[in-house]
Design a binder for this molecule. Structure first.
Ligand SMILES: *[C@@H]1O[C@H](CO)[C@@H](O)[C@H](O)[C@H]1NC(C)=O
Ligand SMILES: *[C@@H]1O[C@H](CO)[C@@H](O)[C@H](O)[C@H]1NC(C)=O
Ligand SMILES: *[C@@H]1O[C@H](CO)[C@@H](O)[C@H](O)[C@H]1NC(C)=O
Ligand SMILES: *[C@@H]1O[C@H](CO)[C@@H](O)[C@H](O)[C@H]1NC(C)=O
Ligand SMILES: *[C@@H]1O[C@H](CO)[C@@H](O)[C@H](O)[C@H]1NC(C)=O
Ligand SMILES: *[C@@H]1O[C@H](CO)[C@@H](O)[C@H](O)[C@H]1NC(C)=O
Ligand SMILES: *[C@@H]1O[C@H](CO)[C@@H](O)[C@H](O)[C@H]1NC(C)=O
Ligand SMILES: *[C@@H]1O[C@H](CO)[C@@H](O)[C@H](O)[C@H]1NC(C)=O
Length: 482
């Protein structure tokens, strides 16, 4: 079984030559894979957690409002290639749900606003939907959340009064089949649900939504579901008449601090400020314990002429900083250390989205599955992900393959490193910079060292079942064609 998984991963990588397979670690990554059955016995060492905790989850939104996207099967391959573990979809499309079967990917599915009416009206409608659209594919497809309704306060048709009854019906249907603890029910919101978001401590829900929001919050507390919110510093920046600095919006370390005058808390980025405005709004209503989940955030790589900040450089900066911020469990000034699970919007550019040009350019990938910009999914940033070339250790130590390891052991370890190990092996594919010399040992050395560096040059990250060897000679000098 395990070998099959490796084989698939490796074939995938081989079949995607020319595209990039980066050193991706999605939330609960690499070292956590150690325990989940993907690794042959001999690799089941424990990587210490020093310096990198469990980390909040980073997922991705898979919107499909486009006419040129790959088939769901192809999308699943792409998602797996990048070791993405958490995916949000906006409906319960059966082909998509089926495609994620037996992948280990956790799926958040959605009930579109247009389905709220039937699902809020009759329990039997929900029971039938669950029976036909979910249960046949569960648990092969690991559905963990159902978001009932999408930003209902933004809906052109007023569906706000339907959302809580629909959530209750969905919860009841899950309860009947004993899944209400495994599949959490919630609903996503836009920041427009607040009447005030600045300063964060003054965050308050718009009281004209109290009639549905109060019962919703009570429902969430009772069922230990998170409050889901879509948060876009991009819009705050674009629409702020430039009194928000770009660095602040991009989560850049060099941004000037913004101090909340009420609390004295120091904000170094707008995302935290916006999340805290939600925390404070919840606290104002005495919902102090609800978890907040960011169900969408991102940055467009292209926009209309007026959208000068919509560039692929900015998108890359935002999402890179975001991943680091999230998996570090930095939390926010009001909730330091809080794990805030976050989904990046979006997997693909979606050509059928209406509105201003940026709307169609939120993707990380073009429909042909090539990436729009490179992204350091590992959130560690000690490897040059655009070329995969900087394998210089920070303290002059490298990890290479033992000279007398067998071909089979080398190949297995290489497959593991490039698959579950999350190493970006694009540079050792044919015609790529580190392909020569084309030997398993050389490729393994490259992959071992990448893994070693990604994991803080920790001794134990150079084990590879006994065939990893630390070295003080720079292996890239020997094999990388500059
Ligand atoms: C990460 O993986 C570990 C080990 O497999 C598991 O115990 C833990 O619950 C996971 N954490 C998350 C946030 O998924
Ligand atoms: C939407 O419907 C609810 C309940 O029917 C009503 O209270 C609310 O005022 C409506 N909102 C808008 C913006 O029309
Ligand atoms: C509160 O929501 C109502 C209904 O959508 C809207 O008309 C009003 O402008 C909002 N108030 C604020 C301060 O955003
Ligand atoms: C932007 O400037 C205006 C006018 O000075 C101010 O009222 C507003 O609060 C500022 N917004 C932010 C986010 O700083
Ligand atoms: C990671 O967290 C620590 C403490 O929690 C914080 O000092 C550091 O700035 C964080 N790093 C990033 C990139 O957010
Ligand atoms: C490679 O990484 C080292 C250590 O992090 C750094 O000092 C060096 O500048 C990097 N080299 C390149 C070419 O990026
Ligand atoms: C490799 O061979 C050398 C010399 O033949 C030996 O000393 C060393 O222990 C071997 N290493 C492994 C990992 O077998
Ligand atoms: C640095 O190098 C030494 C060997 O010289 C090694 O034992 C250690 O694990 C390396 N990494 C760190 C993070 O110190």
């Amino acid at each position: 079984m395990a070998t099959e998984v490796f084989l698939i991963q490796f074939l995938l990588i081989s079949s995607l030559i020319g595209t990039c397979c980066r050193n991706i670690g999605w939330g609960n990554f690499s070292f956590n894979n150690v325990n989940n059955g993907f690794i042959p016995q001999k690799f089941s060492y424990q990587i210490p957690h020093a310096g990198f905790g469990q980390g909040a989850k980073i997922g991705i939104c898979y919107g499909r409002n486009a006419d040129d996207l790959p088939t769901p099967d192809k999308v699943v391959q792409l998602v797996q290639l990048h070791s993405i573990k958490y995916v949000r979809i906006y409906d319960s499309n059966i082909d998509v749900i089926k495609a994620f079967a037996n992948t280990g990917v956790e799926l958040m599915i959605g009930v579109p606003n247009s389905d709220l009416l039937p699902l809020s009206q009759y329990q039997s409608n929900v029971d039938t939907w669950l029976k036909n659209s979910i249960l046949p594919y569960y648990p092969a497809t690991m559905i963990t959340y159902i978001s009932v309704g999408t930003e209902v306060t933004e809906s052109p048709v007023n569906v706000t009064s339907l959302v809580v009854p629909a959530m209750i019906n969905v919860h009841n249907a899950l309860k009947k089949v004993g899944l209400h603890k495994r599949i959490k029910v919630s609903s996503t919101h836009s920041l427009g649900i607040l009447s005030r978001s600045f300063p964060p401590s003054a965050g308050a829900f718009n009281s004209s939504y109290a009639y549905f929001l109060k019962p919703m919050l009570e429902f969430l507390v009772e069922n230990q579901s998170p409050f889901m919110v879509d948060i876009y510093p991009y819009y705050a920046y674009r629409d702020s008449n430039k009194n928000v600095s770009l660095d602040y919006a991009l989560l850049s370390p060099q941004a000037s601090d913004v101090i909340d005058p009420n609390t004295g808390l120091v904000y170094t980025n707008m995302l935290d400020a916006q999340i805290d405005s939600i925390f404070y709004a919840l606290m104002a209503l005495s919902f102090k314990t609800l978890k907040v989940m960011v169900t969408e955030t991102g940055w467009p790589s292209k926009g209309a002429i007026s959208e000068t900040a919509a560039t692929s450089d900015n998108a890359q900066t935002y999402n890179t900083n975001l991943i680091r911020h999230v998996i570090n469990d930095t939390g926010t000034p009001a909730k330091p250390g809080e794990e805030i699970d976050t989904y990046i919007f979006s997997l693909f550019n979606e050509n059928r989205k209406p509105g201003i040009a940026s709307e169609r350019n939120w993707g990380l990938f073009y429909p042909d599955q090539t990436s729009i910009y490179s992204l350091d999914w590992s959130g560690r940033g000690n490897v040059d992900i655009s070329t995969g070339a900087n394998i210089t250790s920070s303290n002059g130590t490298w990890c290479v393959a033992s000279a007398n390891a067998s071909e089979t052991d080398l190949q297995n370890a290489l497959n593991w490193a490039c698959g579950p190990g999350n190493v970006d092996c694009s540079a050792i594919q044919p015609s790529q910079p580190c392909y020569q010399p084309d030997t398993t040992a050389s490729h393994a050395s490259y992959a071992f060292n990448m893994y070693f560096q990604m994991n803080g040059a920790n001794d134990v990250a150079c084990t590879f079942g006994g065939i990893g060897v630390k070295s003080t000679k720079d292996p890239s000098k020997l094999k990388s064609v500059e």
